[in-house]
Design a protein around this ligand. Structure first.
Ligand SMILES: *[C@@H]1O[C@H](CO)[C@@H](O)[C@H](O)[C@H]1NC(C)=O
Ligand SMILES: *[C@@H]1O[C@H](CO)[C@@H](O)[C@H](O)[C@H]1NC(C)=O
Length: 245
């Protein structure tokens, strides 16, 4: 609208500075006025045209603003997707690591634990009767996983699991022949043979025990017990992990 006002003021200016104003005849005057009316019409048309253009610009700006809004929205969306993608990659990495670990474990078939030993690693051993009743099996055949300690005779379970444990005892008829399988100080299974008139005795036993990692199993003599071993390996202690639990 400001433009209209400016135009009218301009027109008035034109009217008043027109040379010969008021000094002409009526006909001239009418012609002159017609001219001016035409002129005003032209101005009005121009004005409409300008207004039309202005509307066009406004529409364009609205469209442009809408486009800017859309681009902003899409950028926010993309940022969100990027973040989500990063999160997924982190989780994928963790999953891949887990799968690798599982692969390694299954390639090896789980933890490998097995041991086997006999009492004498040279000469002849008569063990018992004595107060320190622990049997220490010195001749180690195998000790995968290092659960068995040949210095103490104790097998310490490396992992939670079911373990197959077996032993055999051999001795002569002068004493109780046999031994007890202990778990953390508590007897589990045993072999036993009273002193008798036959020359020698041999017996064995086995069990599947559920052990927690750190549980200790070992062999002990009976109170008046005695066992014998030499390089023939009569008195033995063995075990292995059946499966972890
Ligand atoms: C376009 O956006 C600008 C800046 O945000 C604003 O000043 C202007 O009024 C908007 N124009 C229209 C037509 O919405
Ligand atoms: C995923 O692992 C690859 C290669 O191991 C590493 O380059 C990348 O930075 C890791 N990405 C994340 C998000 O941890």
């Amino acid at each position: 609208m400001e433009l209209k006002v400016v135009c009218l003021l301009t027109l008035l200016g034109v009217l008043f500075v027109e040379p010969g104003f008021g000094q002409r005849g009526d006909i001239e005057m009418i012609e002159w006025l017609k001219d001016k009316v035409e002129f005003i019409k032209t101005l009005e048309e121009k004005l409409k045209e300008v207004e039309g253009r202005q509307n066009g610009f406004d529409a364009l700006e609205t469209k442009l603003n809408a486009t800017v809004d859309e681009v902003t929205r899409q950028k926010a969306e993309m940022d969100k997707l990027k973040k989500e993608n990063e999160g997924l990659r982190t989780r994928l990495n963790a999953t891949e690591e887990e799968v690798d670990k599982l692969k390694q474990n299954s390639a090896k078939g789980g933890p490998q634990i097995a041991f086997s030993a006999s009492l004498a690693n040279f000469g002849e051993i008569y063990k018992g009767p004595c107060t320190d009743k622990a049997l220490i099996f010195k001749r180690v055949f195998s000790n995968t996983g290092n659960g068995y300690d040949p210095n103490t005779g104790i097998f310490t379970a490396p992992v939670n699991g079911l373990y197959f444990l077996s032993f055999s005892t051999y001795g002569y008829n002068t004493h109780v022949m046999g031994a007890i399988l202990m778990k953390n100080g508590v007897s589990q299974i045993s072999t036993y043979d009273d002193p008798s008139t036959d020359g020698s005795d041999s017996s064995s036993n086995a069990v599947v025990l559920q052990l927690d990692g750190g549980d200790k199993v070992y062999m002990e003599l009976w109170d008046d017990g005695r066992v014998f071993d030499n390089m023939n390996g009569h008195t033995t202690f063995s075990g292995f992990l059946v499966f972890p639990v």
